[in-house]
Write a protein that binds this ligand. Structure first.
Ligand code: FAD
Ligand code: SF4
Length: 469
């Protein structure tokens, strides 16, 4: 038997110098041979810790074993028992903080963990090239409305359709997918892949109605009357600003607006598409998460000469995925660590010309366990900028919530739902994903979607039985 490699089988990538000028995907995927080589590194552990650390409990050793044996159809069969969106998760899940973090191989000092995410992507991409059969809308075990077509809503809809329910997804935008479509850029998650995976869920017999804003186009009371149950998965996409002086200047964006213009409205293909984003020379992005990385790397691809990320803590605390940080450095993104903006400066004509920042130092840990940044007096400095993008987190989408005051919210304005059952304060109304947890991850939103599908099934069957008595 070949000696087990200490390191992960590398995945080919576009070279930084060329990829920073295009929106094509950065990572190019494994060939079958590379995948088999990587799969053969797995120890096939008994009581595999990687399974427990996966929010949807994929039988990881089982699908990896199938790849090692070259049986892609079996590998996909295993994966699809647990996830409806494997090509998406294989690309964007923070595996380094989940399954790969606890991989026994990686826990030994010499070895890197198995590249579980990259193997998931290999299988899922293989499956997308295989034909599939569309199903009729369910045997009508009941009618369910799903509000919002992000990963959480799509998961619930797909699982309920498989169980024989008549499911309708209502989506406010003209394209389904939530953040997968309007937030995460093409170079990390190609829209073609998102569309193909969504098409397969819809083909399981799900109705999709786009351009329907629940709370405006139809009300929650109409939904409750028409359906046996509903699932609220409206995400946390409302922009947040720091509220510093100069925020209303031209050239200051929220990351939500900037990325939506680029991704959903194809701003980078102007004038073929007619919602452009500003062409910039010097861009400052504020924040340190995946959203900040995506905005900075998009700005670079749109032709900016200088793109800087201003983050108030240090590299050690950076919340973005490690891989995204490394890619951003390779692409020439600059970092101002331990820095925070305090004012946007006006060029005298209502346009942004620079960002005034202060230097910070880290004090005692706060409730989140991270050391609190403290301003260093007299440390102001200026960064020249014609565009600033705030990526400091998002809040609850309010359109539905404001028109449905009966629904209990928590102190942060998110829906108060039981994490174990997705039940809300109103019987038959379930909720999950970012609108319950606040901005989190694709796989956590999917995990909630799976719980909700199960609970909705039980709720409808129980209600029907009670009606018969
Ligand atoms: P969303 O994806 O937000 O979907 C909610 C949907 O509901 C939207 O389509 C919205 O239009 C719709 N909606 C809202 N209100 C209404 C209404 N009233 N009526 C009808 N429809 C409505 N996570 C990762 O795991 N890895 C990453 O690399 C990663 N990168 C990210 C990058 C960016 C730029 C952003 C913004 C987020 C990123 N995330 C990442 C987080 C992840 O995308 C979210 O946690 C996840 O999408 C949440 O899923 P959801 O289904 O709860 O909500
Ligand atoms: Fe394979 Fe790592 Fe999971 Fe063990 S923990 S089964 S080595 S992927």
């Amino acid at each position: 038997m070949a000696k087990r490699s200490y390191t992960k089988t590398p995945m080919k990538e576009q070279a930084p110098d060329s990829r920073k000028h295009n929106f094509d995907e950065v990572a190019l995927g494994y060939t079958l041979e590379e995948g088999q080589l990587e799969a053969s590194r797995c120890l096939q552990c008994k009581n595999a810790p990687c399974i427990d650390k996966c929010p949807v409990m994929i039988d990881i050793p089982d699908f990896i074993q199938a790849i090692a044996e070259g049986d892609m159809s079996q590998a996909y069969e295993v994966l699809s028992r647990y996830t409806n969106l494997p090509a998406i998760c294989g690309r964007v899940c923070p595996q380094e903080k989940q399954c790969e973090m606890v991989c026994r191989l990686g826990r030994s000092k010499k070895f890197e963990p198995v590249a579980i995410g990259k193997l998931e992507r290999l299988v899922a991409d293989w499956a997308l090239d295989q034909p599939y059969e569309a199903q009729e809308v369910g045997q009508n075990k009941g009618r369910v409305a799903v509000i919002g077509s992000g990963p959480s809503g799509l998961t619930t809809a797909g699982d309920l359709a498989k169980l024989g329910y008549d499911v309708t997804i209502y989506e406010a935008l003209h394209s389904p997918g939530g953040v997968l479509t309007y937030g995460i850029p093409e170079f990390r998650l190609p829209k073609k892949i998102v569309k193909q995976e969504i098409d397969r869920i819809i083909a399981q017999g799900v109705n999709l109605e786009t351009n329907v804003v629940v709370g405006k186009t139809i009300t929650m009371n109409e939904i409750i009357e028409e359906f046996d149950a509903c699932y609220l998965s409206v995400g946390a996409g409302a922009p947040r600003f720091q509220g510093i002086k100069g925020t209303s200047l031209n050239g200051v964006y929220s990351s939500s607006e900037y990325l939506t213009r680029v991704n959903l409205m194809h701003g980078y293909q102007f004038p073929q598409y007619d919602t452009p984003v500003q062409k910039s020379k010097n861009v400052v992005v504020i924040g340190g998460g995946n959203v900040a990385m995506d905005a900075a790397r998009s700005a670079k691809r749109l032709g900016a000469d200088n793109v800087s990320i201003v983050y108030r803590r240090s590299l050690e605390e950076l919340p973005a995925r490690e891989e995204e940080y490394h890619h951003s450095v390779e692409e020439g993104i600059n970092y101002h660590w331990l820095s925070n903006p305090i004012e946007y400066l006006d060029d005298g004509n209502g346009r942004l010309t620079a960002v005034k920042c202060v230097q910070m130092e880290l004090g005692e840990s706060d409730e989140s366990g991270r050391r609190r940044p403290i301003v260093i007096p007299g440390s102001e400095f200026i960064i020249e900028a014609d565009t600033a993008i705030e990526a400091i987190g998002q809040g609850a989408n309010k359109v539905l919530l404001d028109t449905f005051p009966e629904l209990a919210l928590n102190k942060w304005g998110y829906i108060d739902a039981d994490e174990e059952s997705c039940e809300t304060s109103i019987p038959g109304v379930f909720a999950g994903g970012d609108i319950v947890t606040g901005a989190a991850t694709v796989i956590l939103a999917m995990g909630a979607g799976k719980i909700a599908a199960n609970e909705i099934d039980q709720y409808i069957q129980k209600t029907k039985q009670e009606q018969l008595v």
